[in-house]
Design a protein around this ligand. Structure first.
Ligand code: HEM
Length: 171
């Protein structure tokens, strides 16, 4: 039995991922005139996550109600735009065979869902009283979401620049 499992000389091992017929099928299909929607939409939640932290910090520094109000709007829009960006990314993940078969694409999905749940919590927590929510927990959640959005964005960038996922191969 043990001898049967020993690889015979010259025999090639097959990687079922590399051998998959859709492995090289990695072009973006969720887009407008060939421009990928996910890449276009992620800028909004990324920027708004930073804005939420910035508004919280300015409220802490100045005590101005304006900044607490700005923070709840930034937190809410970060979450809603994040959901929209997540929808375009999920469609790409599920519909493009060469993206779907690669483990790093699924890792990005897991990190992004963590981010979306933190963004949702940050907004939901403020709905009961947006001024009282800022210190200390609002700004702590905002600080944490800044860290997670950086990891998510960096990892998404790796999918594009290292693995060339969601790109066009040209005509
Ligand atoms: C929740 C589900 C998500 C999935 C399944 C997903 C999937 C993907 C995939 C497959 C790519 C490769 C490019 C493409 O095919 O479009 C990508 C790129 C990227 N993702 Fe996501 N993503 C999700 C959410 C997010 C979120 C919430 C963010 C940030 C707020 C994000 C940030 C990025 C960035 C920055 C890139 C690189 C874009 C570029 O440089 O062109 N993703 N994502």
């Amino acid at each position: 039995m043990a001898e049967e499992m020993v690889q015979t000389e010259g025999e090639q091992l097959e990687d079922p991922i590399l051998e998959h017929e859709g492995y090289d099928d990695t072009e973006s299909i969720i887009g407008i005139w060939g421009h990928p929607l996910h890449a276009m939409s992620v800028a909004f939640p990324v920027a708004l996550t930073f804005c939420t932290f910035g508004a919280d910090a300015l409220y802490w520094w100045s005590g101005e109600l304006f900044w607490a109000r700005a923070a709840i709007w930034a937190a809410g829009t970060a979450f809603l735009f994040g959901l929209a960006a997540g929808a375009t990314g999920t469609a790409e993940l599920l519909m493009v065979p060469g993206i779907r078969i690669r483990a790093p694409a699924w890792s990005h999905f897991v990190i992004a869902v963590l981010l979306l749940s933190i963004l949702g919590a940050n907004w939901g927590y403020r709905l009961q009283g947006f001024e009282a929510a800022v210190l200390p927990y609002g700004i702590l959640i905002s600080g944490f979401s800044v860290l997670v959005v950086m990891v998510t964005g960096w990892h998404g960038g790796k999918l594009v620049f290292d693995y060339r996922l969601g790109t066009s191969k040209g005509s």
